[in-house]
Design a binder for this molecule. Structure first.
Ligand SMILES: [Ca+2]
Ligand SMILES: [Ca+2]
Length: 167
């Protein structure tokens, strides 16, 4: 009887994720990371409904070397051509890079499936700053070549992007 009072639990603020999506790359200056990997998200298109309650609100996240870069958020269901540029410092040579397309949500951000492999929603690949080769897909790409991928599981999208290296 007395325990009922404690059932009113305050929900944590959900806007924290939205703030994080706009956060600039915050990292301690590390040595001479003069090289950068740049992903340009040219196009994406939701292949089903990303969000039960509203139009999808999408942003991209790039990760490299323990850092992350985020795009702004776009809302809607049409095909987008955002030309988002995500840039992170890289080491000379081969770098592990991860790219996700995410549906921003009130509670937990939802990764959109952009990887045709089952039970894998994001993309992992390597970028070699010396040779400008992008590996980890069925074929090898070079800097500037358009890479298009699409998921096949619920909440899926197709995405086209390029990878470039700046020195
Ligand atoms: Ca959403
Ligand atoms: Ca998948």
């Amino acid at each position: 009887m007395f325990g009922v009072i404690y059932a009113a639990v305050r929900k944590p603020l959900a806007c924290v994720a939205a703030v994080a999506a706009f956060a600039a790359v915050a990292g301690a200056p590390s040595g001479a990371a003069a090289e950068q990997v740049i992903i340009t998200v040219k196009k994406f298109h939701a292949l089903d409904k990303a969000d039960e309650l509203s139009a999808g609100d999408f942003f991209a996240r790039m990760r490299l070397g323990g850092k992350a870069a985020f795009s702004p958020v776009l809302t809607g269901q049409e095909e987008f051509s955002p030309n988002w540029k995500l840039t992170l410092p890289a080491k000379s040579g081969k770098n592990d890079v991860n790219l996700s397309l995410i549906d921003k949500d009130v509670s937990v951000d939802d990764p959109i499936d952009i990887n045709r492999l089952p039970n894998k929603r994001d993309l992992d690949f390597t970028v070699n700053t010396k040779t400008c080769r992008i590996e980890g897909f069925a074929e090898t790409y070079k800097c500037g070549q358009t890479i298009t991928r699409a998921g096949s599981e619920t909440k899926k999208a197709s995405i086209s992007f390029t990878v470039d290296v700046a020195k």
